[in-house]
Design a protein around this ligand. Structure first.
Ligand code: URA
Length: 271
């Protein structure tokens, strides 16, 4: 996000806002190698290289990028008129307000990204990027090849035919089969509706991949911060590590409680 240079310099802790203005006026500040002497000039601390007297600024990024393993029974909104549990309830220690990148249904589980970087979220969600999302779906009974083939080729939904998808059988059980569905569109309840269209009844739906990012071994309700490389790779930017980012860590908030209650949110009304 673009910010005034004097604000960026003073936020880096090297001097006050007033003294930062003097540095700019004296021609001591450069952005991407170009000296800037105009007060009010802006730069993006996450993308631009800002130097004072030739030395790069060390900026503690205030951008937060989070991967949460969303349990079923949580909604991906910031408030809910029915007072159901919110995904942000799971992020109590996170120092700033973050917003979900896209949404998962109340009963869908798995990989959910959250951030306070609106530009990054918009880039990820822009249809131009066609980021592939992969879901594992437990369906009632047995699937047949014809159902998988129809989903892969595209099925007719009320808002139009779905784009080709990558669909395969993952596991076959006595009562249920698991299938994998990878799509790059982001329509509302798309996977559930695709399954319905070929007469498959969804028992469980879990997102296990977002582009190159895997859900991995995080337990339901746990989250971790993304690394700088993961953040850049997802939005298609080359890796660079000018700024100090949040350390990698795993945080278990309500995981224990969630696990104890069989993966369901406890203490609040269920749908
Ligand atoms: N498709 C769905 O049907 N639901 C989700 O939550 C995500 C993808």
């Amino acid at each position: 996000m673009l910010e005034r240079l004097q604000k960026i310099i003073s936020a880096a802790g090297i001097t006050s806002r007033r003294a930062s203005e003097a540095l700019i006026l004296n021609g001591q500040v450069a952005v991407n190698g170009v000296v800037v002497t105009e007060l009010g000039s802006k730069a993006d601390p996450d993308k631009d290289t800002i130097t004072v007297d030739g030395k790069p600024l060390k900026i503690e990024s205030h951008r937060l990028y989070i991967l949460l393993n969303k349990p079923p029974g949580y909604i991906t909104a910031l408030k809910d008129s029915q007072d159901r549990p919110l995904v942000t309830d799971l992020l109590k220690d996170v120092p700033d307000r973050v917003y979900p990148v896209g949404r998962l249904d109340y009963n869908t589980e798995g990989l959910l990204l959250l951030t306070n970087d609106g530009d990054w979220a918009n880039r990820l969600m822009h249809p131009r990027h066609e980021i592939e999302k992969e879901y594992h779906v437990r369906v009632r009974g047995k699937v047949i090849d014809q159902q998988l083939k129809r989903m892969a080729e595209g099925v007719e939904l009320e808002d139009g035919k779905t784009a080709p998808a990558v669909v395969s059988l993952v596991k076959s059980g006595e009562q249920n089969d698991w299938i994998s569905v990878a799509i790059h569109e982001g329509r509302n309840r798309q996977v559930r509706r695709m399954c319905e269209a070929v007469s498959l009844s969804v028992v469980r739906l879990k997102r296990i991949r977002y582009g190159s990012l895997m859900l991995g071994t995080l337990r339901a309700g746990q989250f971790r911060y993304l690394s700088d490389a993961e953040v850049r790779e997802l939005s298609g930017e080359p890796a660079k590590s000018l700024f100090v980012r949040q350390p990698q860590r795993e945080v278990s908030q309500k995981a224990a409680r969630t696990e104890r209650s069989g993966g369901k949110a406890s203490g609040r009304r269920q749908q």
